[in-house]
Design a binder for this molecule. Structure first.
Ligand SMILES: Nc1nc2c(c(=O)[nH]1)N[C@H]1C(S)=C(S)[C@@H](COP(=O)(O)OP(=O)(O)OC[C@H]3O[C@@H](n4cnc5c(=O)[nH]c(N)nc54)[C@H](O)[C@@H]3O)O[C@H]1N2
Ligand SMILES: Nc1nc2c(c(=O)[nH]1)N[C@H]1C(S)=C(S)[C@@H](COP(=O)(O)OP(=O)(O)OC[C@H]3O[C@@H](n4cnc5c(=O)[nH]c(N)nc54)[C@H](O)[C@@H]3O)O[C@H]1N2
Ligand code: SF4
Ligand SMILES: [Mo]
Length: 681
């Protein structure tokens, strides 16, 4: 593994935009990080988190040596100990007693991710967990059920003249299932060439750039969407197209029949004239681009809303069309040339302790993790680039469960709330210390691909995550690297080559484009050709049934607590303010009029309570937050919003998603006694 220190062109792997970066080095010290103007996708753009890449790499707390039960050990001793533990557990309890959790940084480390997948396959364990089931399982499920494959995650086409974005703030997040490099420029383009409507209970940075912002009552997007579908099926749908390409139109019509304008107004809290204007704008536009992000996929009505988003795009013949929704077939995977065998959304049996939950996409829902440990079904967990304590509901219960494991093996770059509980902490190479491609599973989302070598040699005694996993596997008798390669003899470039070639793509083409390649020319109409039986399944019965159950009736009084991202951290990463001049803070943001009524001032200590738990935090008056809404960011361990969610109640039955936004909540000033205790000394 000879890192090529001469290179300074790379890309950021903190979020799925994978912006091109130029890293200036003085020896092995990063002196400057800037956007790569020559990157054909990000064209010089780099957000504050990407610019913090150097500070993140040089973080004073970086993990340098393996630590086994609190004691630093050399690699051989640490891996021998961990693999002996795994061997014992497998022998006594079978392979399902060994589980994996793949987190955000695990998905974004291409070699580590493939090694984890192959390790899982070799062990034949069913106990696989990832952030998928606490993020956007609704989007994957809708894609699979309606079009036959869960990876069909479209985004608004560059040339769209009418974009409707629900529950996303790409200016901050850079998109979700579909990434947006240079989000502000793209959003401005959409707004200037047509209309951009944003639906969000907050007037977000994205809403500021929109031609119209609809301040919806949290948790009611399905009512807005059902109303639009109802009216468009009356006038505006392309019936000729539907006759040729879709099944279930009449079932959809019946399912949304009760969502009249009156009902939509009553449930969403939006004004009648705004709903009429939106409908009129869609009818005028003809071709549209409707998309959802986590503000929708975290809701109780997530599946239904995503389904109706698909229905809107299909009935207007906008899916898979220029100026509508673009499905990126991937630069390497080239889905348009090699279609897949269609799937129909039938789940596999769930985890034994939670038989009511489904297994999908080879995973159990994260909501079952603590129960599986408590039940004794899971005795070891390998965490790859994740921090489950700040990601999964009821963190205290989860922490207690993780402590009961015989083995908790965590590959990470810095100490976290999860490494604090680990029996084995394995220090991983960070972004600048390892080679990468844009991870294979995501190329349909990202707008191109790129190969980067490692820019600097690993500091301390850090090793790549793929190496951790391959070494553990080797000790258990499995050769998990491509061609059975020896982890100590193979180079990262060779591994990347084999992974790319396994898709049928040409690695040399990537090597010859150090600044990356973009997906141009774009392909349209390819999903339609690959549809099961050549037709969109417009009315999957499970979604129809869920819509019928969602009939909310008139809104309940009280607050709703909502989720949302912040600019300078990714989930729990960088929440300590690394690289930021003004760090993000975990505040409870509320509308000033609500604050006035409750006599809450800026900076007051408040307590937010849902039926699952309560959280103490500091109040912040923010007129961008709509009335009745409490906005609390995610990712902070000390002020962990996962305390307000549940792994048992408010679980979606089709995906196992814990509801994470629009939860009914109470807001109160903290008791004076608590205030006195918590006043800083
Ligand atoms: N209540 C509530 N819950 C939520 C959410 C919410 O909004 N509200 N959001 C949900 C969503 S969308 C997600 S994706 C999850 C996030 O859940 P996670 O993905 O588990 O959270 P992260 O904090 O991103 O964890 C990434 C970990 O990887 C480590 N890391 C960074 N770089 C590297 C590397 O190069 N190699 C390795 N091995 N490790 C690295 C980081 O230090 C960090 O510990 O949380 C979910 N849970
Ligand atoms: N800066 C930054 N970027 C990130 C991350 C990060 O932590 N920080 N995390 C990454 C990850 S893991 C993910 S999954 C993506 C997420 O990407 P996005 O889904 O775009 O995430 P947000 O920016 O939080 O946008 C969600 C929006 O939904 C709104 N919302 C909440 N509840 C509702 C509701 O009931 N209805 C509607 N209509 N809107 C609602 C919120 O106010 C918020 O503005 O971002 C990725 N990028
Ligand atoms: S948007 Fe920011 S965090 Fe995401 S890849 Fe680009 S620079 Fe990195
Ligand atoms: Mo996420």
């Amino acid at each position: 593994m000879e890192p090529e220190t001469s290179h300074s062109i790379t890309f950021c792997r903190l979020c799925p935009s994978w912006c091109g970066a130029v890293v200036d080095l003085d020896g092995t010290t990063v002196t400057r990080v800037r956007g790569d103007e020559a990157n054909p996708v990000s064209r010089g753009y780099l957000c504050p988190k990407g610019r913090a890449m150097g500070a993140w790499h040089h973080h004073p707390d970086r993990l340098d040596v393996p630590i086994v039960r609190g004691t630093p050990l050399d690699w051989n001793a640490a891996l021998d100990d961990a693999s002996a533990g795994l061997r014992r557990i497998i022998d006594e309890h079978g392979p399902d007693a060994v589980g994996f959790f793949i987190g955000t940084a695990g998905w974004f480390d291409s070699l580590g991710k493939v090694a984890a997948q192959r390790f899982i396959q070799a062990l034949e364990t069913a106990s696989v967990y990832s952030t998928r089931t606490i993020d956007n399982p609704a989007s994957l499920l809708a894609a699979e059920v309606i079009a036959g494959h869960p990876a069909l995650l479209p985004g608004p086409d560059d040339d769209a003249r009418f974009v409707l974005w629900l529950g996303g703030n790409p200016v901050v997040s850079h998109g979700h299932s579909y990434s947006l490099s240079m989000p502000s420029a793209q959003l401005r383009k959409w707004a200037s060439q047509g209309e951009l409507w944003v639906v969000d209970p907050r007037r977000t940075e994205t809403a500021e750039l929109a031609t119209r912002h609809l301040e919806i009552r949290a948790g009611t997007d399905h009512a807005l969407l059902a109303f639009l579908v109802r009216e468009l099926l009356e006038q505006g749908a392309d019936y000729q197209y539907l006759a040729a390409y879709a099944d279930g139109v009449e079932t959809v019509r019946a399912a949304v029949a009760s969502f009249t304008l009156d009902r939509a107004v009553a449930e969403t809290g939006l004004r009648r004239e705004d709903l009429e204007a939106l409908l009129g704008a869609i009818r005028r536009a003809g071709r549209i681009a409707v998309t959802e992000s986590t503000g929708v996929t975290f809701q109780a009505g997530a599946n239904v809303s995503v389904w109706l988003v698909w229905v809107l795009n299909i009935i207007t013949q906008s899916h898979d069309r220029p100026g509508g929704m673009f499905f990126n077939p991937g630069l390497l995977r080239r889905f348009h040339e090699r279609p897949w065998p269609p799937r129909d959304g039938t789940p596999a049996p769930g985890p034994p302790s939670r038989p009511e939950l489904p297994a999908r996409w080879g995973e159990y829902p994260c909501a079952a993790l603590a129960d599986e440990i408590e039940a004794g079904n899971l005795r070891a967990l390998v965490v790859v680039g994740g921090n489950p304590i700040v990601a999964i509901p009821q963190p205290r219960r989860l922490a207690a469960a993780l402590r009961k494991l015989d083995l908790l093996v965590v590959s990470d770059v810095i100490p976290t709330e999860t490494t604090a509980l680990a029996t084995h902490v394995l220090p991983s190479t960070g972004q600048l210390e390892r080679a990468d491609i844009w991870p294979i599973d995501f190329i349909h989302i990202t707008q191109g691909n790129q190969y980067t070598p490692a820019l600097v040699p690993p500091g301390g005694d850090r090793r790549p995550t793929w190496w951790h996993l391959a070494q553990l596997a080797k000790r258990l008798g499995h050769a998990i690297l491509p061609d059975g390669a020896d982890p100590d003899a193979v180079t990262e470039e060779h591994l990347a080559r084999r992974i790319v070639e396994s898709t049928g793509a040409d690695f040399d083409e990537l090597m010859q484009a150090p600044h990356g390649l973009s997906v141009e020319p774009r392909h349209y109409g390819w999903v339609e050709k690959a549809l099961p039986d050549g037709r969109w399944r417009l009315a999957p019965q499970p979604f129809v049934d869920q819509l019928a159950k969602l009939s909310a009736g008139p809104p309940q009084p009280g607050f709703r607590v909502i989720a949302g991202r912040q600019r300078r951290h990714v989930n729990s990463q960088l929440t300590d303010g690394t690289g930021a001049r003004i760090p993000d803070r975990p505040l409870a943001s509320i509308n000033p009029e609500d604050a006035e009524e409750l006599r809450i001032s800026d900076g007051d200590p408040v307590v937010v309570t849902t039926r699952h738990g309560s959280l103490r935090l500091t109040a912040h008056r923010d007129k961008r937050v709509s009335r009745g809404t409490i906005y609390i960011p995610h990712g902070f361990a000390g002020t962990n919003v996962c305390d307000l969610t549940s792994e048992h109640d408010d679980i979606d039955e089709l995906t196992g998603l814990p509801v994470m936004t629009a939860l009914p909540a109470d807001l109160a000033l903290q008791e004076p006694m608590h205030r006195a205790q918590e006043r800083p000394r």
